[in-house]
Design a protein around this ligand. Structure first.
Ligand SMILES: [Zn+2]
Length: 297
């Protein structure tokens, strides 16, 4: 089902068929505003490895298979390619750092099949399963992660995920090498350097400003911040603060670049209190803290 969603999103992008686009938009909307766990996990019930009814999101019996989290990344990536909006990467990133990576232990030797949000102690990662889809799916997914960081079209380069890396690619007529220096998600400081640009020509850099840095816990209202704190962000080019109206959730810098240019992005990472829509029976009377793990913990 979730793989089918990815295929339909791809088909919709390739054909431009309005019925496919409308159908897959409705499915995405329904998942994100009714059936998504705060971890980005999906699939509330083990019976049929399926979604439940709208707002059916039990915590201890949640299924949230690791494979479903990986499929949620695939699906949202393809929805981004279809529409070019940052909200799809907001869901992708949430899933990546929560409901997906929870599927493997730090030493890489044990795995969760379901990823429940509550436990009375009966859940343990296992080294293997009779039907071992999740370990092998993780082994396939994790090396593919670099392919999700950037996207390009014409003379635009989208920076969708922040992590330390160097990219050499062609953007428009330019051969470009750029690098990111950051400890994200351990902190919210990212430095992007234009190391080389062949034509010294224009390039439109589109930086994703995550929804969580703009007061939106998730796209839609299934989860919302229930405190008075505020997250903010800033962008500097060669040391000077710059501003712009976000376009589809992206901070757009359209300029002539030269080697040595630097862009600094700062995203506030305050601890926030998050509540679920009151229709989610399992979450009534409770909330979640979004906690950023600091390097020194
Ligand atoms: Zn699996």
């Amino acid at each position: 089902m979730k793989t089918l969603n990815s295929l339909v999103a791809t088909l919709a992008a390739l054909t431009g068929d309005k019925e496919y686009i409308d159908a897959i938009d409705r499915i995405w909307e329904n998942i994100v505003t009714r059936k998504l766990y705060i971890t980005g996990g999906i699939g509330a019930t083990s019976e049929g490895e399926a979604f439940g009814e709208n707002y059916f999101l039990p915590n201890e019996t949640s299924y949230c298979e690791t494979c479903a989290a990986i499929a949620n990344v695939y699906f949202n990536y393809r929805m981004f390619l279809l529409h070019g909006e940052s909200k799809y990467f907001d869901v992708l990133e949430r899933t990546l750092y929560n409901g997906l990576i929870s599927g493997v232990s730090l030493d890489g030797g044990a795995f969760f099949y379901p990823n429940p949000l509550a436990s009375s102690g009966q859940h343990r990662r296992q080294p293997w399963f009779g039907c071992a889809c999740c370990p092998s799916n993780l082994c396939r997914f994790i090396p593919s992660l670099p392919g999700y960081v950037y996207a390009s079209k014409g003379d635009s380069l989208w920076v969708n995920l922040y992590m330390e890396n160097t990219l050499t690619t062609k953007v428009g007529r330019n051969n470009v090498t750029i690098s990111q220096k950051t400890q994200y998600p351990w902190n919210g400081n990212i430095c992007i350097s234009i190391d080389n640009i062949s034509e010294g020509g224009p390039m439109v850099l589109k930086l994703r400003i995550p929804g969580w840095a703009r007061g939106e816990a998730v796209p839609g209202n299934l989860y919302f911040y229930a405190d008075s704190a505020e997250n903010s962000y800033s962008v500097k080019v060669n040391g000077d603060i710059v501003s712009c109206e976000l376009e589809n959730g992206y901070f757009v810098i359209d300029r002539k670049w030269t080697a040595g240019d630097k862009v600094e992005v700062h995203l506030d990472m305050n601890v926030r209190f998050v509540k679920a829509d009151n229709n989610v029976e399992a979450d009534r009377g409770s909330g979640a803290m979004t906690v950023w793990l600091k390097e020194d913990i």
